[in-house]
Design a binder for this molecule. Sequence first.
Ligand code: PLP
Length: 408
Amino acid sequence: RGTPPDAFPPRSFRIFALTARYVADTNPKKINLGVGAYRDNNGKPWVLPVVKKASRKVEESDRDHEYLSITGLPPFTNAAQKLVFGEDSLPVKEKRIISVQTLSGTGANHLAALFMSRFYQFTKDKEIYISNPTWANHNAIISNVGLNPVSYPYYNPQTIGLDFEGFVKSIENMPEKSVILLHSCAHNPTGVDPTPEQWETLAELFVKKGHYAFFDSAYQGFATGDLDRDSSSVRLFASKRIPMLVCQSFAKNAGLYNERVGALHVVGASEDEAQRIKSQLSVLQRSEISNPPAYGACVVSLILTDPELFSEWKRDIKTMSSRIIEMRDQLYNKLQELKTPAPAGRSDWGHIKSQIGMFSFTGLNKAQCDSLVNNYSIYLTANGRISMAGLNTNNLQRFAECVDEVVR
Ligand code: PLP
């Protein structure tokens, strides 16, 4: 039960160690495919044009630096709620959602786990079920608040795809009212998502078993380029009155990594319960951060509430997601052209194209990854995950050729 503690540095730190090695590397041909942050075609961080515009407006406004309220900036939390659930959402209309501004997605995950640890009536040993594999920080965040992270089958290394059968069987066998963490789209680290039909099956199972959905939404818009489509899993569950919460991040889709803009949305069974949840979340937040920072929330709030800025943001999101999809196509084509042997269990590299979002699970094994890092200055995690955003038209050919060499 649970996962044994990591050796130091813990798994969730290793990505930063990898970045430090990349920075120290003097090879001019080095490539960083480790960290999950968007890069433009020149390999540079990209400040979204809409964020530049909104930031200027925020700076020019005569805002003061008074504390925000404990639960954050209301125009931000209201708009963020509608962004993820949709305007016509049942719990939005019924005023059953409590939204609290958090320190980005990590803060939302933490506050959510803390809230569950205090108030959820667990049927068994305070277990939260997480996908195998998952974002490395989930384990630590959940353990930190005294809950037990337990893995459910998700990824099948043989097919480099979803182990849907194992996933479903595991959900069926969990005790009723289990808490299950789901990535709403663009699963990190695999890039493998359930299909809409599979989400339907999952939702039906949640209803049947009374499970609680703990959604992590860190990539809305990044997967398909369409904000609504990328939130369809959350909206489906909400429409079926499945008990749930959503951890939302604006780090990736607004490129606001270091501004720490996020929100936690907890859906109550009634408006009255939602108000009680709000009181409890406020008590927790007060002792943890007192109140959240204002700047990034002001920027996002402007973008979400000004129709012109909102349209521009959607175009910027499309720019990022389209470039990533284009890199998937080009990498696939290049590996085909080189006749690079596909990973074990696969006849080709099609998974690069079918996976979605920031990451791709290439199927490269640990020895091949180590060789790419140590012999070619290509930085990726040892599980074969690459950040597609690190590829561009200047380095893609070299990456494909190096992969071709290490797999032969
Ligand atoms: N959840 C997932 C699945 C992620 O991949 C990330 C970031 O990589 C986060 C949450 C949290 O990101 P942040 O705290 O920067 O919003």
